[in-house]
Ligand binder design. Structure first.
Ligand code: ADP
Ligand code: MG
Length: 276
């Protein structure tokens, strides 16, 4: 590590009950916002069905993916695509291929790969697929923390609630819920979401409200993340505020750096290989 500040890497899976809530948008823009706070950020695209993180991050040429490294066909450094000061690791294959790769993968290799990624980053954000299925399980179980995202609708809230319960069972720490596309037109006011969380999950509340903002889709059409496209629009401001909270004092219950790396590595290895 040399002169570098000792890192205590944090892994956060960004998850929701259904697709289209804004996970990829949040992963990309939160990653950039954390980078502007001086953090080293790596985002792993684990949404194997959509795999659109790289595109949203303005990366159009994918050389090698996470799976190539697990297969032993590439080095970790070859999978790291960088833009806007953030590292992006694409996975970009169908889940069947992932399972095929993983069934043949060497346990020690997975450990080395994960340790290598975690050893050189402050934040590993995992853009997870929606719902409760194998790939989501992989994403949630592999991260130490989870950041659930919902939209202000009853169905979205009920769906994300299941994912949060599931994450609790898996032992992922959830600081709070992100309500994306919030606003006056919303079906469920944020107060009501807070009440619901208090009644059902006790200590968890809404950690951020990101407003419905036409700039988000405008930016997407331009192929630029919104915090870069318009840093002062309401969605960008809310994402920057969230980054400050995430990077802030309220740290998850990690003990020491070495333990944080080991624990996350163990979790990833376990879900990737099904072994301990
Ligand atoms: P997911 O990854 O959960 O499937 P995406 O991040 O791809 O969701 O977002 C789905 C769509 O919603 C995209 O077209 C995106 O531009 C739009 N969107 C996300 N957040 C907002 C927002 N705060 N305001 C307006 N549109 C948004
Ligand atoms: Mg997505």
């Amino acid at each position: 590590m040399g002169a570098r500040v000792r890192r205590k890497p944090r892994s956060i899976s960004i998850t929701s009950g259904k697709g289209g809530t804004g996970k990829t948008t949040l992963s990309a823009n939160l990653g950039i916002a954390l980078a502007t706070l001086g953090k080293q950020v790596t985002i792993l695209d684990a949404d194997l069905a959509m795999a659109n993180l790289a595109l949203i991050m303005g990366i159009h040429q994918i050389r090698t993916s996470f799976l190539d490294v697990l297969k032993g066909k590439a080095k970790v450094e070859d999978t790291i695509h960088e833009n806007y000061g953030v590292r992006v690791i694409p996975t970009g294959f169908r889940f069947e291929e992932v399972q095929e790769t993983l069934s043949g993968v060497d346990h020690a290799r997975v450990r080395r790969v994960v340790e290598e990624i975690l050893g050189d980053t402050d934040f590993l954000l995992i853009d997870a697929p929606a719902g409760i299925q194998d790939a989501t399980l992989f994403s949630i179980a592999s991260a130490r923390e989870m950041l659930p995202v919902c939209n202000p609708t009853y169905t979205s809230l009920v769906d994300v609630y299941k994912v949060i319960r599931f994450a609790n069972v898996m032992g992922a720490w959830t600081r709070g819920l992100v309500v994306n596309r919030a606003g006056k037109q919303a079906e469920v006011p944020v107060d009501e979401i807070e009440d619901f969380l208090k009644r059902t999950l006790e200590r968890m509340g809404v950690i951020a409200q990101i407003p419905e903002d036409p700039k988000v889709q405008e930016a997407e059409l331009e192929g630029v993340p919104v915090v870069v496209y318009d840093p002062d629009c309401s969605a960008s401001v809310a994402i920057h505020e969230l980054a400050e909270v995430i990077a802030g004092k309220a740290e998850p219950p990690y003990l020491r750096e070495s333990k944080a790396v080991k624990e996350t590595t163990d979790r990833l290895v376990r879900v990737l290989t099904g072994r301990t």
